[in-house]
Design a protein around this ligand. Structure first.
Ligand code: FE
Length: 204
């Protein structure tokens, strides 16, 4: 199997899921988590360009955005000690760990402008999938759980997440600020050069 076959198959299945259940968030989270779990069960497919850490900031490499912007798939690359600010998403999300380990902590906003209540931190190991729903509260911070190496997770969101206007928070005061994450790379992987397998079939 060529390295990008897993990702291409995942995108085909996720597109079908979105077409069938895109307006049903619980179904997207339930069925989408199963698809993402199958993708991150193997660490042999992520293109090297989407694994490179930055010395200072975590990286967000877009792997695919649905043409109708119904969902997007992003490779998050965490250097040692790197973390997100406390933030929300304004759409559902799935987080699957591919390599290393991630530490997550949820926060609850009881009232606008009030300090956020932190939940317990928890760790995700390779193969684990976490779910985020704005309806249930999706404010969190995420960090590399490993102090000495890179961690990588694959995230799926119910929108073109890099272009969503959302929020970062100061958990001590509850102050929120607008936040648009963007992406770390101008290119996405080329999933569509399948010439090698077609030529092999011809030769066979
Ligand atoms: Fe997040």
């Amino acid at each position: 199997m060529a390295p990008l076959d897993r990702l291409r198959r995942f995108i085909a299945e996720f597109t079908t899921l979105t077409t069938l259940h895109g307006n049903d968030e619980p179904a997207m989270l339930e069925r989408g988590a199963a698809l993402l779990g199958a993708l991150v069960a193997h660490d042999d497919w992520l293109p090297e360009e989407a694994t490179r850490p930055d010395p200072v900031y975590y990286r967000q490499y877009l792997l695919h955005c649905d043409p109708l912007e119904r969902y997007s798939v992003v490779s998050f690359v965490w250097g040692p000690g790197q973390r997100t600010p406390v933030h929300d998403h304004c759409t559902w999300g799935l987080v699957g760990v591919l390599r290393g380990a991630e530490r997550c902590r949820r926060f609850v906003c009881a009232a606008p402008g009030q300090p956020l209540a932190p939940g317990d931190a928890y760790e995700l190991l390779p193969g684990a999938v976490d779910r985020l729903s704005p309806a249930e509260g999706d404010i969190h911070e995420v960090s590399n759980a490993l102090a000495d190496r890179v961690s990588i997770s694959i995230h799926v969101y119910g929108a073109n997440i890099g272009a969503v206007s959302r929020h970062v928070y100061d958990p001590l005061t509850g102050e929120e600020k607008p936040f648009v994450s963007g992406y770390s790379s101008a290119q996405v992987p080329n999933l569509w050069d399948r010439s090698a397998e077609v030529r092999a079939a011809l030769a066979g």
